[in-house]
Design a protein around this ligand. Sequence first.
Ligand SMILES: [Zn+2]
Length: 222
Amino acid sequence: MNFYWFVFGCVIGSFLNVFVSRSLNKTNFISGRSHCDNCQKNLKWYELIPMISYIIQFGKCRNCLTNIPNYVFIFELTMGVAFLEFRPCNIINILLLIFIIILQIISTFDLLTFQFSSYWLLPLLIIALIVTNLSLLKLLTIFIIYFILLALNRRYSMLGNGDIDLMILILIVFGFTAIIHVTLIASLLALFFAIFKKQKIIPFLPFLYFGTLIVNSGGLIA
Ligand SMILES: [Zn+2]
């Protein structure tokens, strides 16, 4: 059963990649056929199998040999993992999975464009407030800290505002211990990425997302 959830998650991950890339190219998500962005050749069914096609083609288009971006493979894999961690068998897990799916969508936008539409924050906030275990007092404290952080960030601009929003939302959903671990893991991953890519400005959201999946990986064994 676990294997099927994983495969299903990878397929959803593949759809999410297409959704983001077509939103950015302003092409129709539903009707257009999948094609190589470089040579425009339509892809055959066997070139559309999540993860597998990427591996057997060594991450290149079969026609023009252009590299397929690594994120395509990574986000197919992470969504497979997400479906294993939050198997949609009860309403809380379904909500958490929707939270994670939106997190992956905005992480992809952040990775490709360094920004995402703030409209995505509303469904995240609604889910966070439904699934949270935190008391009203703690939630109020968190919102006060949030506004202080925003004010500080406006002055010193340490992080993107979207990063602070997401950290607060992850805190509300997964709790205090989790957000500390998520932030530490995300910072380490982001540091490695910055050194590897020799980039000074890096999108932080994808790393917060990976950190969230890693911190919740206990669900993989359960
Ligand atoms: Zn091509």
